[in-house]
Ligand binder design. Structure first.
Ligand SMILES: NC(=O)c1ccc[n+]([C@@H]2O[C@H](COP(=O)([O-])OP(=O)(O)OC[C@H]3O[C@@H](n4cnc5c(N)ncnc54)[C@H](OP(=O)(O)O)[C@@H]3O)[C@@H](O)[C@H]2O)c1
Length: 275
């Protein structure tokens, strides 16, 4: 886990915008934010599921903002509807899993918009009010796939490497203005979310994390103003660092039969409606 610049923010009484709230990780994040006293604007494409989640959350002031972030202009529209929030948790994501040539150009564009462009545009639209108040926090849910590439993940890797670069680059620009920027980088997450939904297994010996650990990492990132919080067992974290420091070694290791098998199972498991 990387260090802190020392701002940090308590969550009680804060207004948060959470994208991807209906997903496996989003639900856990929504709960964790609400449990600590934040009121959460829950966003996703499915109004009914969002309403049901809002009704389940502790505390009050929760809202539902339906938006399809793959549509042009949707991120700007969502930011305008959300109004002045203290916190953004940009968590919506598509798995972008599979062989590049199996994607239509439109599917490539959707993955880029949802995973990368929307978080950037939301940050751009929401940060001026935070700068004016001299306080706020932006959290981007990336992935270890933003540090280390793997087979059949070129589109997903591209979006998560991009999101990581965006967050790390934006942090020093906003820090002097009192606004924190953090990355939360999960590895394989069990029980719920896109990896669990794919029904695939993590490569042997790598282990998995839980949605609740991701939610706790989001809270920690905000409260302690962390640069990045990684949510994965030690082995996954070490391998991701090797991938970052020495891509050629990582690509050779991941292209072996175990790596190819795991990547193929993950790509096959992702339903094609998540494109
Ligand atoms: N699960 C893991 O193992 C894992 C590991 C590393 C990183 N992550 C990252 O964690 C984040 C959450 O993933 P998850 O596992 O919770 O996935 P998930 O269960 O598939 O949920 C994805 C969320 O993104 C939203 N979304 C998808 N397309 C959208 C669109 N066009 N417009 C608006 N919202 C859209 C979905 O909402 P609707 O379908 O309701 O619109 C859903 O709430 C993602 O950024 C993912 O890359 C996950």
């Amino acid at each position: 886990m990387a260090g802190s610049l020392g701002f940090g923010m308590e969550l009680a009484g804060r207004k948060a915008l959470l994208t991807g709230a209906t997903g496996g990780l989003g639900r856990a994040i929504a709960k964790a934010l609400a449990q600590r006293g934040a009121s959460v604007a829950l966003s996703g494409r499915k109004g009914e599921a969002l309403e049901a989640l809002a009704a389940e959350l502790p505390g009050d002031g929760h809202r539902v903002l339906v938006a399809d972030l793959a549509e042009p202009g949707a991120a700007e529209g969502l930011a305008a509807e959300a109004g002045a929030v203290d916190l953004l948790v940009a968590n919506a994501g598509l798995p972008g899993a599979g062989w590049l040539l199996d994607f239509t150009p439109e599917q490539v564009t959707r993955a880029l918009r949802v995973n990368l462009e929307s978080p950037m545009l939301l940050a751009q639209a929401l940060s001026p009010a935070m700068i004016e108040r001299g306080s706020g926090h932006l959290v981007f849910v990336a992935s270890l796939a933003g540090k280390s590439a793997s087979p059949l993940s070129s589109i997903y890797n591209a979006t998560k490497f991009g999101l990581r670069g965006f967050s790390l680059g934006l942090r020093p620009d906003l820090a002097p203005k009192g606004v924190g920027v953090s990355l939360v980088s999960p590895g394989f997450i069990r029980e719920a979310g896109m990896f669990a939904d794919a029904g695939a297994k993590a490569p042997p010996g790598l282990g998995t994390g839980t949605p609740e650990q991701v939610a706790a990492a989001v809270v920690k990132a905000i409260v302690e103003d962390k640069v990045e919080v990684t949510v994965a067992p030690l082995r996954q974290r070490v391998l991701a660092h090797i991938g970052l420091a020495s891509p050629s070694i990582a690509i050779r290791a991941q292209s072996g039969s175990a790596g190819q098998k795991a990547a193929g199972a993950i790509a096959d498991g992702h339903s094609k409606d998540k494109r």
